[in-house]
Design a protein around this ligand. Structure first.
Ligand SMILES: *Cc1c(COP(=O)(O)O)cnc(C)c1O
Length: 335
């Protein structure tokens, strides 16, 4: 299958499978898993935090962050398009009694600092307490500039907000700008990172923060059923993801550009190339085309897409340049 739906579909590499089979493990709820402990201290050191916590998913890492920064009746400011607002089943509200305050995302993915300022609520019994600013990088495949992050951090500091980054695809943001992941994390009190997307690990995310914050998050993780036992089996793959899969993302980014150009050459598709910055692109489809039957036709040829009027294509380790050529060839026969 050539699967353009997401980078979550990537298979673990054979080196990961080998490391998983041979991983030294213990009961991580007792703090006894040497591989998890090594992963967490390596990540904390490399990304510039006191501590790290290995979590079962990015959704869990974000929820732990929101619940550790905010108490019941607090609120967090985020984008209307933020994953931790729109795509996490309302977990912060349901499980944390935390109110989201979503704001418009600009075309570049940012939230206007003036909008953030205006949304911070005064200390008044009518209002929830604004506690946290949550950003996302990359967002919809777009990179937030370092300058913007620095300004957002200053705003948060001046208004006594904590600042969290949903960095599910932070490695893509770093590679696209030819900087280190730590150059991005430096602006945040906490960061979540997905290892099971473009980085190819089968399961797991990391949450980074200071010692008190991670201690709190560890308790919430236990409460939410995320205390895993011989989790070193998973952490072994996660270590390889961080060590060996980051630089490779540049290939995915090149392939996304290539795919965007190929699609743009067809009359039925339109991609805004300027918005293609990492491994993700959105193609508007002409009304003439029945997108559901197109998706079915592609599927019968071994190609998977998410059918919509504005199709999201994601490039990743299991899609090569030849796969893209194959896709375009098949597509031409179908449209
Ligand atoms: C995928 C994703 C998450 C959640 O990760 P899961 O591991 O799928 O729960 C969070 N934020 C962003 C921006 C994502 O793309």
């Amino acid at each position: 299958m050539i699967d353009f739906r997401s980078d979550t579909v990537t298979q673990p590499t054979s080196k990961m499978r080998q490391a998983m089979a041979n991983a030294e493990v213990g009961d991580d709820v007792y703090g006894d898993d040497p591989t998890v402990n090594r992963l967490e201290s390596m990540a904390a050191e490399r990304f510039g935090f006191d501590c790290a916590l290995f979590t079962s998913s990015g959704t869990q890492a974000n929820l732990l962050a929101l619940m550790s920064h905010c108490d019941r009746g607090d609120e967090y400011i985020c984008g209307q398009q933020a994953h931790n607002y729109k795509f996490e089943a309302g977990g912060a509200a349901v499980l944390g009694s935390i109110q989201p305050q979503p704001l418009t995302n600009q075309a570049d993915g940012s939230i206007l600092l003036s909008d953030i300022e205006a949304a911070i609520k005064p200390d008044d019994i009518h209002f929830a307490k604004t506690r946290l600013l949550s950003l996302e990088n990359t967002i919809g495949g777009k990179v937030l500039s370092q300058h913007y992050l620095s300004d957002a951090q200053a705003l948060a500091f001046n208004r006594r907000l904590k600042i969290h980054l949903d960095g599910a695809r932070i490695a893509n943001a770093a590679v696209a700008q030819q900087i280190q992941i730590g150059d991005i994390t430096q602006y945040f009190d906490s960061v979540s990172i997905c290892l099971s997307k473009g980085l190819c690990a089968p399961v797991g995310s990391l949450l980074l923060g200071d010692e008190r914050f991670i201690h709190k998050a560890r308790r919430w993780r236990k409460m939410l059923g995320g205390g895993m036992r011989q989790a070193g089996i998973l952490a072994a793959a996660a270590e390889i993801a961080i060590d060996e899969q980051v630089e490779r993302l540049a290939i995915d980014h090149d392939n996304a550009q290539y795919l965007a150009e190929q699609l743009n050459a067809l009359a039925e598709f339109e991609v805004d190339i300027a918005q293609v910055q990492t491994n993700m692109l959105f193609a508007k489809v002409s009304d003439q085309l029945d997108i559901t039957s197109l998706a079915e036709g592609l599927k019968s040829k071994g190609i998977l897409i998410s059918p919509s009027a504005n199709i999201r294509f994601v490039t990743h380790a299991d899609i090569s340049r030849e796969d893209i050529d194959t896709f375009i060839k098949v597509l031409k026969t179908l449209v």
